[in-house]
Structures are given as C-alpha cells and as structure tokens.
Design a protein around this ligand. Structure first.
Ligand SMILES: C[S@@+](CC[C@H](N)C(=O)[O-])C[C@H]1O[C@@H](n2cnc3c(N)ncnc32)[C@H](O)[C@@H]1O
Length: 328
C-alpha cells in the first residue's frame, strides 16, 4: 500500500510519496531543515498492473540513505542491464543487481560499470553483479539488430536517436564513410534505409568481426563494406576523395581526424557529422569553431552549418555534441 506523506509548514506543503512510515532519523533531519513542521499521512490506492521498482524491492534491506543512493535509471543493452553503482553502495552492489533481475523479467544479466570508457577501442570494464555470467547480447535498435560484446566493443543505447537522425539525411546513391563504425549502428541503419554505399571502418578487430556478423544479420551485404584498420591509413589508402558524407563519431579524438574527413570528401564537397565532448559553457560555439578551424587548415571551406545539437550528457557538466557541416 502506498502512503503519501504530506509535510506542511505554514502555507507551504511538500507532497512526498513513500511506501513506508517516516523514520525517527528522517523526522529529525526534516526538523533540522524545515524548523517547525507537521506530518500528515494519507493512504492512496496502489496503481494496478505496475511492476515493483528496485526501491520497493530493497525496502527494509537497505538503510534509508542507501535507498536514496540507488541509481534512478540504467542502460539496457539487449537483455543486459548496466548500472552505475555509487561508492556508498559498493558493499551492496550484488544485492542491488539481484533486485534488478527480480524487477525486470526480460533482463538476464546485470553488470556494473567498473571504469571509464577507455583506450583506442573505447571499451569499458564491467563487474558482473547478477544473472548469467556473460557480456554478449543481441540488441535491437531502429529496426536493426546488433550482436554485441560489451567487454570488447563500444556500444551506447543512448545514441539511438542520433543514429536515426543521421541515417534519415542520407540520400539514395550516396557514398558514406563511417570513420569509426564500431559494430555498425550508423552504417547498417543507413544501408537498410536507402540504396547507399557505406564504408565502415574500425580499428578494433572485435568490433569489425561483430560488424561483419551484423551486416549479414541485417541483410545489408554488398551495401556496407567493413574495413579493419586505422581510419587515417584506410582513407589515404583507398577512400581518398570518395565520400558524399563522413561520420566522425569518436568524440574524444575527432578533432585530430578533421584532416582525414576532408581528404575523404569528394572534391565538389559533402557533409561531415562531427562529434566532440564539450565541457565549457559555450559548448556549441567551441565545437563549431574546432570544426571550421580544422576544415580551413586543410584548404577546404565550411559553406554551411546544417545543424548543431547536444547529443547526450557524457559526464557531470560535459556534453557530447554534434555539428553537421556542408563543406567544399
Ligand atoms: C565511440 S565509438 C563509436 C562506435 C559507433 N559509431 C557507434 O555509434 O556506436 C568509436 C569507435 O572508433 C574506433 N576507433 C578508435 N580509433 C580509431 C581509428 N584511429 N581508426 C578507426 N577506428 C577507430 C573504436 O574502436 C570505436 O569502435
């Protein structure tokens, strides 16, 4: 049964949904913050058909302050839940993992992030918390299906909208160079939507192996061409002046590859989708300036900024941003 606690202080009221009584510690803490106040309780009908939350699952097993530290959301990749466990819950992380399994019947594996996305392959370490002991899964996104191994390749379900946004812009007959393709979420979706020729490059052998499987799974063989190697060497070797469009989703490093994108684009011009992390307050200006500077340093010209937008928060006070630019 849900209880609804109402805190009333003079004319101000706070409505605070709780599934339990207020503890003595909490009452004292509220008194410290609010001064004189009055607690009123009201019972409400439980919502039917609602599955339990991990907060409800862990009620009575964790202290109120530990409950308050529980993650409010987590990434779901295929049948794997990926949690960010705050340090104050590290002793209870396996208990938290088990609660996720009980709440989400379609989740078979629970992992915790155990470090930052790191290295050339942009991979993260994980701690296994609960369920089957694996990091491989099948993830569905934008009507495509991707075979993944979170332990050896980069993948973020938070980019789903961005993958679709870029794919929608591609016209039939275009040549697209995806410089940092990973397991193929841009390349495969593009080839599924339009009759384009997509070169999908990645330096991570494991990503390219999965990319090949995903090309087959999504029936885009002969439209997406997987290439294992350093984007710089691949472009200079066989993709010079070939592209109508270049995708540069390596936000930590993309600025160092603007020259590569410029060399890949056809002499008559094309579109660059440029990503970077921006911590400063002028996040979009900084990204646009970096791209324009980089393009001009390579004897080309930005004729139009087609779009600039925040893609997702990447860290506290930091965003991954994208700039779409038409260049000549
Ligand atoms: C942030 S991930 C993006 C993957 C994919 N585009 C996506 O949206 O999920 C960046 C990818 O770039 C690859 N990478 C890093 N340096 C590279 C380089 N010099 N040449 C080619 N690929 C590279 C990494 O292996 C990784 O798969």
């Amino acid at each position: 049964m849900d209880d609804r606690m109402r805190v009333s202080s003079d004319s101000q009221k706070i409505f605070w949904p709780l599934v339990r009584e207020v503890s003595e510690d909490e009452r004292l803490m509220l008194e410290g913050r609010l001064g004189d106040f009055e607690l009123l309780y009201a019972e409400v009908e439980p919502r039917s058909g609602r599955s339990k939350s991990i907060f409800e699952e862990l009620e009575g097993k964790l202290s109120p302050s530990q409950l308050a530290s529980l993650p409010h959301s987590y990434d779901i990749v295929g049948d794997i839940a990926v949690l960010e466990i705050p340090p104050e819950l590290s002793d209870q992380q396996f208990l938290v993992g088990e609660s996720v399994l009980r709440v989400h019947k379609n989740i078979k594996v629970v992992l915790a992030k155990a470090g930052k996305v790191d290295g050339v392959a942009r991979v993260r370490r994980f701690t296994h918390l609960a369920g089957e002991n694996r990091t491989t899964t099948l993830h569905r996104e934008n009507d495509c299906v991707f075979r993944l191994d979170l332990a050896s390749v980069y993948f973020s379900p938070r980019l789903v909208t961005e993958h679709a946004r870029v794919a929608r812009q591609v016209l039939p007959g275009e040549v697209v160079v995806d410089l940092f393709a990973g397991v193929g979420p841009f390349s495969i979706l593009i080839a599924k939507r339009v009759d384009a020729r997509v070169y999908a490059i990645d330096i991570n052998e494991s990503a390219v192996e999965l990319l090949k499987q995903n090309i087959h799974l999504n029936k885009v063989d002969g439209r997406v061409f997987p290439i294992m190697g350093d984007a710089r060497r691949v472009v200079d070797g066989k993709l010079y002046s070939q592209a109508d469009r270049v995708i540069m989703n390596l936000p930590a490093e993309a600025e160092n590859f603007i020259d590569v994108a410029c060399r890949a684009i056809k002499p008559e011009g094309g579109t660059i989708h440029y990503y970077q992390f921006s911590p400063s307050p002028d996040i979009m200006e900084e990204a646009v300036d970096a791209l324009v500077r980089g393009v001009e340093a390579n004897s080309r010209r930005v004729v139009k900024i087609l779009e600039r937008r925040r893609v997702r928060p990447s860290a506290p006070r930091e965003w991954q941003v994208v700039v779409d630019a038409q260049i000549r």
